[in-house]
Design a protein around this ligand. Sequence first.
Ligand code: NAP
Length: 267
Amino acid sequence: MSDTTPSSFRPDLLAGQVAFVTGGATGIGKEICRVLGRHGARIAMLSRKEDRLKAAVEELHGEGIAAHHEVGDVREPDAVAAAVRGILARFGRIDILVNNAAGNFPAPMTQISPNGFRSVVAIDLLGTYNVSRAVFYAWLRDHGGNIVNISAPFELKGVALQAHVAAAKAGVDSLTRTCAVEWGPYGIRVNAVAPGSIEGTEGVQRFSDAVANPGPGSPLGITGHGSDIAHAVLFFCSPAARFISGQVIAVDGAATVDQLKLGLGRV
Ligand code: NAP
């Protein structure tokens, strides 16, 4: 997966800013790092597997992007606090936080163990709470900035094989709105991007493997790329979005609002 969408934004849009992306070493998170980095931000990422972090940092360095990694688990407040200290020691500020880290495996309710359910909620929802709170106290409270949570377009749906993820992401959407209200007075905007099926990601591959017919694509007739999500994140972090906060935007080619899914094409 690589950035295939040409940018509509100035290359120096985020010059001087630091973006912290959880789960930034792989998939959509890596594309977010790349796109924010290409627009001038220095990049910090946090996740558990150091080999993947090192490879991603090296890849970004090769593209001329300043990048740094911290190893840790978003479920652990102490590890998160240590990572935030490490990023501040390295870059001196955190202007943008993207809560992207998540767990996922497709399974029916009957086959999700209590531990599996707890684990996904702990990574997606509790992790978003842990990291947002740590960055709020360490930087955003005194300086303002942007938080963008990566959700999923599930909140008002029943989503087969995704009970744990849908519940966790509904919580993330709720947290997005509450943080926007509570932290708006600190000059912090909080929004969320809810990706549709994104080509080339492990999550989509696992889902396609688990179902006989993954269903029609989007009404737009195109598949989503990581860069589509990254550019939505970039928009939320740009001055063009200065009056937008507390919003969850689906980036899915209209798949979520397509109630009948008839795949009619042009009518
Ligand atoms: P991915 O490639 O599986 O990436 C998830 C990242 O999160 C990995 O880098 C992983 O690294 C990290 N992570 C997982 N558990 C962690 C933990 N406990 N602490 C710290 N880091 C952790 O996922 P993706 O498909 O790119 O998805 C990215 C985001 O988009 C997720 O929020 C996902 O829910 C959302 N989304 C994706 C799709 C899609 O089509 N792929 C659709 C809807 C929503 P380690 O394992 O090394 O920790």
